[in-house]
Each structure stands twice: as C-alpha cells, then as structure tokens.
Design a protein around this ligand. Structure first.
Ligand SMILES: [Zn+2]
Length: 506
C-alpha cells in the first residue's frame, strides 16, 4: 500500500469544510511535495510532521512523497492539518493500517517532539464534521472539552502522535473528553447596582429594545462605563444558531473559556483606545484572528473614551458596522467574519476630561468641538441614541441601600418590546427597529400623523434637525412605543425620542 487518505477540516471564515488529506509514496529520490493551495504554515507542517514522526519512534519513509489536500480550490490556513498529514503518511508507507480511521476526522498541530498541540477553531471544525455526517473526531487533548460541545459527535482526544499510532495500530484507547461544564457562572454586572442616572438608564433600555447604537457623553464619573457594561445583561439570550456562531468566533480567536460550553450571553468587548486596527477588525497570518468587532458579534462593542481612538481605527470600524461583517484581505483569497454588533461609545466632553463649566477646564471651545468632531464622520452618523449624562456625585451613583431596577426586570420589558417589533416587521427581514430604513417609516402605513411630528418638522424646517436626524428620532419613537406597549408612537414618544438625541440633534 503506497496510498492513504485521512479526513480533516479546514475553515473559511467561521465555516468548516471537510478536507481529504491524501498521501502517495512512490519510489524515487526522497522528497516531499504538498499540493492543494497550502499556505506558509502548511509548508512548515512538512518539517513539523517529519520531526514528530521521527521523534515518536516511527520510521520516516525515504521515498518520493506527495501530499494532496482536497478540495484543491479551498483555501487552507493554519496548523490543524498536521496530525492528519502524519497519519496519512504513515498509512501510505504501510506502517499503519488506517481502517480504524475510516470516516473519522483528525485534527491537531504537531510539536517537533511529537506532542499534539491544541489549535484554534476546533468548535466550528467539529460542527462542520457533524454537518457532513461524520460523527467521530479525534482532537488535541487541549481542545477536547470544546469539541464535546457539539451534540451527536463522539470525541476522543490525543496528547501525542505516539498515542495516536498506538490507537490506530493496536486499539490503545484514546483520552475521553471531560464531562459537560457547569452552567454559566454569575451573569456579570447588574443594572440594580446603578442608582440614579435616570436618563442614562432609559437610553440604555431604548438602545437594547430597538437594537440602536448608543453614544454616552458626559463628564468622568457620570456612570457611562457602568451603564455600557450592563447592556448585555438586558439583551435577550442568544438562540441556538447565534450561540454556535458566537462560540465559533471565540474558538477561532482561541479565547473560549476552559470547560467548553456554548456562549449564551451576548458578548461584551471593550478594546482599549490604543488597540491596533488588526485587533479591532481582525487579521494575522495563518488562520486569521477575529477582531473585537467580530468577538462582539451578536453582542456589544464598547469604545470607551472614543475620541482617543486613532483615526485609522475609527475608520476601520466603518465598513463592519455598516455591513455586519468584516472582510480581511489575505494573500490567498479573503476571509470573512460576521460582525453584527451593537456599538456603544462613551466620550468626555473635552480632552482634559473635566466637566463643562468646571473651573479647572481650560479647553477652548474650538478644542472641545474638535475633540468630539473626531467621532462625527465614521461613527456618530450611525448612532441613533445620543445622550449627554449630567455629572453625578459618586455617592449618588452607588449609594448604599439604594438600588435601581434589576437587569432581569428591564430585560423582560426589552424582550417584550423586541417581540412587538419583530412581529411588526415580520416578512421584511428586519428584526429590530434600528434596522428599518428611514424612508420606510416616512411612508404609509407607518408614517406618523402630522400632529405628532409637528415639533420635529419645525426643527427640520429651521435646520436644527437634519433629515437623517428626523428619521432617527422617529425610529426611536417606535422603540419607545414598543417598550410602553403601544401600537404606534404618540406625540409623547416622539418628544422623548428627541430628548434621546444629543442637544438639538444632528
Ligand atoms: Zn477641558
């Protein structure tokens, strides 16, 4: 036997595809050729596999070796193919009978000493195997818990190539994955811890209910960060599909918490303002790492001190926020990751971070305008809810014994409002009000009666509200009506929506 085949999985974005690793050994000058669109890591795989085989006490076949990864058209990134290549090679050389690996997917990177190392993205790889009707997988022991999250798949783990060879040759048992992890731990910060700040709490609730992006302006200590961190706690839990997608993205980033379970809470990402463009939108060699905007997919991306982010960073977020996905240019084909996230940004009114009117703030009006102006182009245009929080004494915010409504209570209202919106827009493809285009809301049957929009139209005529700002206010009015259980927004809802815009709106 001089030919063998082993199954593996390659990732394109978050989607896995079954890959056949073929090894053919022919007489001739010893050499190794790899075909099937390999990236640099795969060429390095050749050296790793050789060292691992020799250091595991196996014989390296001194023949003309051709390795082929099928389908050839599929771009292949990363080091998860190592173990499959090694096993296929030993099978092709006649050292190993590969019958036990019939319809088994083999994943893992090899160290030079023959250890099997964990790889990123095992969860979506195993999910792809299951989808393809392959229900047995062998994974690195470090990925066993994560692989076992996918239902209906028999997972076995390996720590060394030596153990793998023993399993295939003599049926030595592989390692069992750990049992299912306990349910999610404590849910994180709760809204009940934020006392006072009624405007901020209302803005947060409206943003959650309508899926609106949110901007919180205000002096340090106004509770901007406290509020933002609590947005996930009032959003609905992720459904099965979303949970799988979100967990897959964290798996590809190598950031899954130990223990292995689906992430059910909307994720929260708060990159620092010194974050690089790559860490925000993704990148890196080999299997591209998802950036913060993708790790926040179906959750919240929080930019604290937003004007401090570099111009390039803010600019780089524009396309993902608009399209709900990130396209990363690669040397061989692009990689695309989902990035449908709710943006929350916070900003101080001026670079010295002292409240307006504070005796110590010496920033000139022009400096202050310029500071917030950094946000206007790329981001602020997309944000419906923009509020300026009044300064609060710290004591007021976390007063002992005084608690606000809990996240559970607010989340119930948010869920009901989202159901109302989803019912209204059923069939149109929109799930939340933030997704509904402005012109749609200006036309019958959704157009609001003139008596309810009189003030808005006045502001439009006087130029203190732009056409886009008009649409945003109307959109928020619908969300407020949904929250309060009304079929359609009334004048009061429009008025409150207007308050949820910064100053006179823009
Ligand atoms: Zn200042």
């Amino acid at each position: 036997m001089s030919y063998a085949k082993v199954l593996c999985v390659g990732l394109v974005g978050v989607t896995g595809h079954v890959v056949e690793v073929e090894a053919d050994l022919a007489p001739g000058l010893p050499a190794v050729a790899i075909s099937g669109l390999p990236d640099t890591a795969l060429h390095e795989a050749r050296d790793r596999v050789r060292a691992a085989i020799v250091n595991s006490g196996q014989r390296w076949p001194n023949r003309r070796i051709t390795l082929n990864l099928l389908p050839a058209t599929l771009p292949k990134f990363g080091s998860a193919f190592d173990l499959a290549i090694a096993v296929a090679l030993l099978g092709g050389s006649g050292e190993l009978p590969l019958l036990p690996l019939e319809r088994v997917v083999v994943l893992g990177e090899l160290g030079l000493d023959g250890t099997v190392r964990p790889v990123r993205g095992v969860l979506p790889m195993v999910a792809a195997a299951a989808r393809a009707g392959l229900h047995r997988v062998v994974v690195p022991v470090g990925n066993a818990a994560e692989a076992a999250v996918i239902p209906g798949v028999r997972v076995r783990a390996v720590d060394t190539l030596h153990r793998m060879v023993g399993f295939v040759r003599d049926g030595t048992p592989l390692i069992e994955p750990p049992g299912p992890a306990p349910a999610d731990g404590p849910d994180g910060p709760d809204l009940s811890e934020v006392a006072g700040q009624a405007l901020g709490r209302r803005a947060l609730e409206v943003a959650a209910a309508g899926g609106h992006h949110l901007a919180l302006f205000g002096p340090p200590g106004a509770g901007k960060t406290m509020l933002a961190e609590r947005l996930p706690s009032i959003l609905p839990e992720l459904d099965d599909d979303a949970a799988l997608e979100v967990t897959a993205l964290h798996s590809i980033a190598g950031l899954l918490p130990a223990g292995g379970r689906l992430l059910r809470r909307p994720p929260f990402q708060a990159p620092h303002h010194t974050a690089t463009v790559a860490s925000l939108v993704g990148g890196g060699s080999g299997l591209a790492r998802p950036g913060a905007v993708s790790l926040a997919h179906r959750g919240v991306l929080f930019l604290d001190e937003a004007p401090e982010f570099g111009k390039g960073a803010l600019e780089a977020l524009r396309q993902p926020l608009e399209h709900g996905r990130v396209q990363l240019a690669r040397s061989r084909g692009g990689t695309e990751y989902p990035a449908r996230t709710q943006l929350v940004l916070a900003a101080n009114p001026c670079p010295c971070a002292r409240p307006a009117g504070d005796a110590y703030c010496e920033c000139a009006p022009l400096v202050r305008r310029r500071y917030l102006g950094r946000l206007s182009g790329p981001l602020l245009d997309r944000i419906d809810v923009q509020v300026t929080l009044p300064p609060l004494r710290a004591a007021e915010l976390m007063e002992a014994g005084v608690t606000g409504e809990s996240s559970t209570t607010v989340a119930a209202r948010v869920a009901a409002a989202r159901r109302a919106a989803a019912d209204r827009w059923a069939g149109s493809g929109w799930r939340v009000n933030a997704e509904v285009p402005g012109p749609w809301l200006r036309r019958p049957p959704w157009r609001l009666p003139e008596r309810d929009t009189r003030e808005l139209r006045g502001r439009l005529d006087s130029g203190s509200l732009s056409a886009r700002g008009f649409d945003r206010v109307v959109r928020m009015a619908w969300t407020i009506a949904d929250l309060d259980g009304r079929d359609r927004p009334h004048a009061d809802d429009v008025r409150e929506a207007l308050q949820l815009r910064l100053g006179d709106g823009a």
